[in-house]
Design a protein around this ligand. Structure first.
Ligand code: ATR
Length: 269
């Protein structure tokens, strides 16, 4: 019996998830299939209903359906509840379990693959949209000192207030960053898509510092700015592989080795 999984998004054609999960399955000897499915913008719930009826065991969910997946889940993991968004669904009888593995993937990539331990580090998270919400709780569990900065200051303050019960987070505007330095700066804004750069001060990076762009597959203005100001840089490819590994673990109870998968994807670039 081959268990079936899929990633659902719109658009979805360029997703690397089928390739990644295919490599995980081969490596671990798990008999699964994994395909990319484009759901119509108004057809996410219907697509999930179809997959469940056809006996699929779960799926990954990407843009723009992560909030709908959150609403559809009948049970949520704490990190999905905190993210208010779901990127992984597991179907089990009547239960639709919603999880969010994005933040765990980010933390694992930074700490394990790149080798920067986040405890006590001054971490700046840029953006206060869905991408930021998705990673805040796992970032806080590392005991990093977290600051969130956003163009619309009110949204950064709102995000900080949402997580105030877990830890103190500062919610700031870009003007408030003058004179502050950070060990790790994470770009969770959508600026890379439009080749824009958020107004970071020139001396934002401590020495040494890591600049991490959650987007992958393109050299963003943020990464160029970071390199020009002496920071080590990383794009989000490692996060993509690690969030997939975390989803694979949720479904199959087996943790794949991400190192050869990362190497294979780097060769593809
Ligand atoms: P996502 O779900 O990918 O986070 P989003 O909810 O639309 O998408 O959020 C995009 C984020 O990028 C927001 O934090 C946005 O800032 P605002 O809340 O002020 O809109 C940020 N962003 C987009 N363009 C930006 C720019 N040119 N400079 C700074 N921040 C920008």
């Amino acid at each position: 019996m081959t268990d079936r999984y899929a990633v659902i998004g719109n658009p979805i054609a360029h997703s690397k998830s089928p390739l990644i999960h295919g490599m995980f399955a081969e490596q671990t000897g798990q008999r699964i299939s994994y395909e990319a499915i484009a759901a119509p913008l108004d057809g996410f719930a219907a697509t999930i209903a179809r997959l469940r009826a056809e006996g699929y065991k779960g799926c990954n969910v990407t843009v723009p359906f992560k909030f709908e997946a959150y609403a559809l889940a009948t049970e949520l993991t704490p990190r999905a509840r905190a993210a208010q968004a779901v990127n992984t669904l597991k179907f089990d009888g009547e239960t639709i379990l919603g999880d969010n593995t994005d933040g765990a993937g980010l933390v694992r990539d930074i700490e394990h693959n790149i080798g920067v331990l986040l405890e006590k580090k001054r971490v700046l998270l840029m953006g206060a949209g869905g991408a930021s919400f998705g990673v805040v709780l796992p970032l806080l569990t590392t005991y990093a000192q977290l600051t969130v900065v956003n163009r619309t200051v009110g949204k950064a303050q709102q995000l900080a207030a949402t997580f105030a019960a877990h830890a103190h987070i500062a919610g700031l505007g870009y003007n408030d960053l003058q004179g502050q330095h950070f060990d790790v700066v994470i770009n969770a804004t959508s600026t890379g898509l439009s080749d824009e750069l958020a107004p970071l001060p020139d001396d934002i990076f401590a020495s040494p510092a890591l600049a991490y762009d959650m987007m992958y597959g393109r050299d963003t203005p943020f990464l160029r700015f970071a390199r020009a100001h002496g920071a080590q840089t990383a794009d989000g490819l490692g996060m993509l592989v690690e969030q997939a590994a975390e989803a694979f673990y949720l479904w199959r109870g087996v943790r794949p080795d991400t190192t050869p998968v990362m190497a294979a994807l780097h060769l593809q670039k």
